[in-house]
Design a protein around this ligand. Sequence first.
Ligand code: NAD
Length: 296
Amino acid sequence: MDSLVRRAAYELARSKHAIALTGAGMSTESGIPDFRGPQGIWTTDKKAEAEAYRRYQLFRDDARAYWEEMLGLRGTYRAFYEEIRKAEPNPGHYALADLEALGVLKCLITQNIDGLHRKAGNRRVLEYHGSVDALRCISCGARIARSQVCLEELPPLCRCGAALKYDVVHFGEPIPPDVMTASEEEALRCDLMFVCGTSAVVYPFAGLPGIARSGARASLLGLSVISRRPGVTIIEVNADPTPLTREGVSDYLIRGKTGEILPGIVEEAKRACSALAAENDPLLRDKAGEEHRRQG
Ligand code: NAD
């Protein structure tokens, strides 16, 4: 395991455009349950899955009824949103923020709706499934901070006159085109993709590693025999193997908890970055050589 951690750190340090993809597993150590892990809300409450699938259609059919349901949530989902509101980032989130501050991580694309990556300090974040902190208009695409919307009269309305919904993307709802395009572009551009805490079964998000691997946009995947784009490394950090592991889309899996594994990788990546900088910088290299000769 340690050798995989060192390998990941070295590959990160050498990368030109590393990006991270994250899922619900990142936040279980912050107390927010995932959906499909052993304590996941769908694993423990079978009705919750069916409920999630009908929510987008409810908004389309009757926006007022949707809002009444969202504001009056009971049971599983009420507890879920309460956990999200009080959650704080864990060492895994902070490690990814450090990796961005180090200049290694260029973009983070998350399925999480909890805002914990931004809270930890990541700046370039694409929230693929939206955020609990915003409302969105599916007609004109505008997003508005939840704190700026009055929810006394339902449904809340956008400036364009259409009903607003939560920014959170419900099952069956199309991914907002701005985020989808930006995420595909990042997947096509990256030379290293770090996939953390996701079961990689929710599409189209789970298709992003395939896009990075093949260099083909989502619209082309499955239509032809896709070749492997050279020079791309895909590393998973997850509690369990996923379809990406089994189908050979990822190069390797570092198995365990993101809150325990990511800080170690990032510390090692910092050392690897300094060593590479010393190798590439003639001044630093001469200094290191001088030091070496003095000591030796
Ligand atoms: P998922 O529940 O399908 O899978 C989570 C994966 O993470 C599983 O493979 C599990 O074994 C692994 N895992 C759990 N804890 C881990 C840990 N500490 N370290 C490493 N791995 C761990 O989650 P998903 O793939 O993100 O898909 C679920 C969907 O539900 C997403 O669309 C997401 O929007 C939503 N969701 C979000 C949150 C959140 O915002 N925190 C929470 C639950 C669900």
